[in-house]
Structure formats: C-alpha cells, structure tokens
Ligand binder design. Sequence first.
Ligand SMILES: Nc1ncnc2c1ncn2[C@@H]1O[C@H](COP(=O)(O)OP(=O)(O)OP(=O)(O)O)[C@@H](O)[C@H]1O
Ligand SMILES: [Mg+2]
Length: 374
Amino acid sequence: MRVGVIGGGQLARMMVPPAVALGIDIRVLAEVEGSSAEIAATAVGDYRDAGAVLEFARDVDVVTFDHEHVPQAVLAALVDAGHAVHPGPAALAVAQDKIVMRERLTAIGVPVPRWAVVRDAAGLGAFLADHGGSAVVKTPRGGYDGKGVRVVRRADEADDWFAAAQAAGDGRLLVEELVDFRRELAQLVARRPSGEVRAWPLVETVQREGVCAEVFAPAPDAGPFADEARAMTQRIATELGVTGVLAVELFEASDGRLLVNELAMRPHNTGHWTIDGAVTSQFEQHLRAVLDLPLGDPSPTAACSVMVNVLGGPAGGTMPDRYPAAMAAHPEAKFHSYGKQSRPGRKVGHVTVTGGELDETLARARAAAGFFQG
Ligand SMILES: Nc1ncnc2c1ncn2[C@@H]1O[C@H](COP(=O)(O)OP(=O)(O)OP(=O)(O)O)[C@@H](O)[C@H]1O
Ligand SMILES: [Mg+2]
C-alpha cells in the first residue's frame, strides 16, 4: 500500500510514524529541500505544476494532501490519469474557497455566521450598517493562521484587500458578522470512500492572534453541543463526500448558537492531541480512510488531554535544543518537534499532556511548552 502526500509540512511529517507502524509506504512531494516531512520526501516539486504532480503520483496507490492549495486543474489531471485522490476535487473545492464554503454550508442548512460577498467599500459599508457596525472581512483563498482575516469597523478598512482582490481575480471578499463567542470548538471526523464515519470527541480550542494556541479534549461542559456538533460534522462529511479527516471549526456563540466557522479536509491542529490521547490518532485514521481500510476506534484514552502549540520565540534554534531541561522537569509530557528553526510566532511543534483533571493537566502542559517559548 503506497500513499502519496502532496505537501511537506508538519501534517505530512506526522503521518509518517503510523505509516511505518502499519507498514504503509508513504511518499511525500515536498515544496523544498529540508521540509518538515523530509524523512519521507521522495520528490521535491511545485504542487501547482501538473507535470510534477503526475510524475510523483505514478508510483503511489492513492494521493492525499498536507494542505488544500492544490489547484483544481492539477486535481483534474490526476483524476483524468486514473489516480485515486482523497479527498476528491469536488470536496476540496469547498475547503479551498471561503465563499464557496459559506454557499455550500448555507445550501445544506448548516448554521454559519451571517455573511455576504462584497466587492467594494460601499458594499462593506452596507453590511456594517446592517450588522451593528462591526464585521470580519476574509480573503476567500489562501488564508491560514489568521492571515486573510480582519476585523473592521469602517467601510474603508479593507480598501487594500479590495484592490488586491481586483488585481488578482474577481475582486470578491467574504464579509461576515463579528461573532460574539463564548469559546471556539472543533469537531473532527474521518470518512472512508465506502461511507464509514468515525468521530473523535468535540474539543475546545483557544486562538491567539488568529493562531491555534491550546486545545482541550474533550471540550469541558459541552452538554448538548457535543451531539449537535458530531451530527452536524457527520452530515457535512457525507453531503460533501469528504474522504479522509474532516475538521470543522465552530463558534459557541454567546446567544446560544452553534455556528460553523470553517472546514479543513486533512488532519488539523485541533486533532494533534489524538496522537497521545486517543486509541487511533487523526494521522493513522487519515491513512486508513484514504486507503478505504476499516477505521480505528477514536475513543480518548485519558479523562482529558491538553495540547499546547509551541510558537517559536526570539531565541532561534530548534525544539530539541531545549529537551534536556524540559524533559527533566516534565517526564509526563509528550514533545513533538516539526524539525523547524524557531522564529517569532512560527509553529515549530507542540506538547501534549494527558491526565485526570483539566486544570492540573493544563498547568503541566503550559509549563512543559514554556521551556521552548522564552
Ligand atoms: N466571524 C467571526 N467572528 C469572530 N471571530 C472570527 C470570525 N471569523 C474568524 N474569527 C477568528 O479568527 C480566527 C481565524 O479565522 P479563520 O479560521 O477563518 O481563518 P484562517 O486564517 O483560515 O484560520 P486557520 O489558521 O484555521 O486556517 C478564528 O479562529 C476566530 O478566532
Ligand atoms: Mg480557522
């Protein structure tokens, strides 16, 4: 069984250990030499180049992804050449463009923040006037870690983005209500082509400056939201025909609504805790799903798991430089390095601690991650 992963980031890197354990031959098409997934990189090339991608796909049984940015024309070339591609192009199209995402979710009746498509300051001004004077403007494509997301309170605050959108394409931006949320949640499921779906527990996520900082699994005091989020996510996976892992980012709004923020069709930062805290990790499950193998048990193995991202500090160096002190102080912590040089704000790894009680587990996880962040 040979799985080809397009993209050499940390998600591809973290698919390698379960592939090795299962005896799956994993191959990565990396963007650059020295990528995070270098250990499994069999090729270096541009994922926007159909020739390079077809050449890479020749020697694998199924193609999957580390990110959602492979152009539809390249995906179509893969399918036309007879390759199995999971998730498929039609599903990925929904994850690639936030306007398409809002349209599709609205069409299938999934609750989302109030939204509109705007082309200029006048359109943005009208939306602001109708929604209490504040809104969130988003670039439809290519955003990540809060890049491409801007809170605005005046109609002229997105002029630079309108200009860029007009220069690059159709000039459209997504605008949506600024949701007053109690907290953010995430629901992950995996679905195989033959239809089986398995769900991990709902988790709580904390974003700082648009970047995932911490994840608590399962989400404390989720109440009825746990069932609601699972049912909603299973329905999205089935309706959109997603194969592999589907992550749904959610808002628990202060007015009681459970709203979908966005979708990712690949393993997701909010599922990293599953490596150390669930019977089957999201990376193993993704491999099983794209190969259409029976899915594993997603049950948690501890009462609670806390994952803290390591966002690089000013220090430079790599996570392993700090292992002697961190490991001596926190034998209970599981350390994950992405093989990246530390730069301010850069996600260079994560730390997971499992335990019986959230406050203590969180304190330990923060303390262990703190060794890499000062
Ligand atoms: N409509 C909204 N109302 C309030 N906050 C929002 C809204 N949309 C986004 N945010 C905040 O901005 C964060 C990033 O937004 P979003 O997930 O759309 O962007 P992204 O850059 O694609 O993120 P990711 O890193 O998950 O790819 C959200 O996690 C949330 O904290
Ligand atoms: Mg997001």
